[in-house]
Design a protein around this ligand. Structure first.
Ligand code: SAM
Length: 330
């Protein structure tokens, strides 16, 4: 994931939407004995572009209730994440004024991460649509039943692991792309764009159409209501909010005021997607698709151009569907 922080346009917008729910949850955590640390876990923090705003808002909400309460943050993502970058961002921000303890944890969020009862608040922005197993995703290609199964398993594992780790009354706040009933699956955020990318790259001779259709899908799965709700019905949760919200494209208001064009938005979105998929795609293409590393990097350039072209074709503003879920451990 190269230069993620400057490219994460839509994630910034989605995070701004999530912030108020995180603040509300932090304000309503059950009280702790004097001196006990308020323990915060952020899953899939990436390079930290949104972590600072989240952490600062949490520190303010906690200290509004008890100025002496110590706070600890654990920033989690996959092991190859740039955690040094995250810590540097946090440490050079106003979060440092609250003197929190900072930890990092490079491990899949679809597995147990902390001791039982060791977390007061957990949140994650724009991450729970990521598929937990690259091999299932690479094997499956465009058909999908195994990916759908994997996506269900991932989400169930996430919800039950976080349930174990939260203390009673602790809160979970997450937001990720979703879909209305009947539309779940891969590539759901950009359904037509990916089909066009396959065609364009194949027309340019970068790879065969069948190869593109198999190895060049979004490594994400967008869930509908029943897929989301079933994970929370198994465990002992109070679901405070489970809402599929509509979020306008990043830059929608600038476009409406005539300051940028739809093509500018398409270019930004293509940059964002090629930044977040860079490592996943190139490693999958080498491991499963039979390419050498330099061939994978070359194909990535074609992919980015094809994505830009594909995203420029529909002359409308996109609307994203986004799950916002707030739940309390009973
Ligand atoms: C689109 S980014 C969102 C990052 C960040 N939360 C934000 O708001 O900008 C998705 C992140 O999910 C992480 N991710 C994907 N699968 C994961 C997993 N199984 N466990 C932990 N993190 C994961 C990726 O490494 C990436 O950093």
């Amino acid at each position: 994931m190269t230069d993620y922080n400057s490219k994460a346009t839509i994630q910034r917008k989605v995070a701004a939407n999530l912030l108020k729910y995180i603040v509300e949850a932090a304000r309503h955590l059950p009280s702790l004995p004097p001196g006990q640390c308020v323990r915060i876990l952020e899953n899939a923090c990436s390079h930290g572009v949104n972590s600072v705003d989240f952490a600062l808002a949490v520190c303010q909400a906690v200290s509004d209730r008890d100025t002496s309460a110590p706070i600890s943050f654990t920033f989690n993502d996959l092991p190859d994440n740039d955690f040094d970058g995250v810590l540097a961002l946090i440490s050079s921000s106003a979060v440092a004024d609250f003197n929190p303890t900072l930890h990092t944890l490079g491990k899949s969020m679809y597995s147990p991460l902390m001791e039982p009862g060791a977390v007061d608040l957990v949140y994650s922005n724009a991450s729970l649509h990521w598929i937990g197993s690259l091999s299932v995703f690479a094997e499956e290609g465009p058909s999908q039943p195994k990916v759908a199964n994997q996506a269900q398993e991932d989400f169930a594992a996430y919800v039950s692991s976080r349930h174990q780790e939260l203390r009673q009354g602790g809160k979970l706040v997450v937001s990720f792309p979703g879909v209305p009933d009947g539309e779940s699956g891969m590539n759901s955020c950009y359904p037509d764009a990916f089909k066009r990318v396959h065609d364009i790259a194949a027309e340019r001779g970068a790879a065969s159409l069948a190869w593109m259709q198999k190895y060049c899908n979004s490594p994400n799965y967008s869930r509908n209501r029943s897929e989301v709700a079933s994970a929370f019905s198994d465990a002992d949760w109070t679901v405070d909010l489970m809402e599929l919200q509509d979020i306008e494209e990043f830059g929608a208001s600038e476009y409406q005021e005539g300051r940028i064009t739809l093509d500018d938005i398409a270019t930004r979105t293509a940059d964002m997607l090629s930044s977040i998929y860079h490592n996943t795609f190139t490693s999958m293409w080498v491991e499963y698709g039979g390419l050498e590393k330099d061939q994978a990097e070359e194909l990535m350039k074609v992919y980015r151009e094809a994505l830009q072209q594909a995203l420029k074709e529909p002359k409308t503003l996109r609307v994203y569907h986004l799950w916002v879920i707030v739940a309390t451990k009973k």
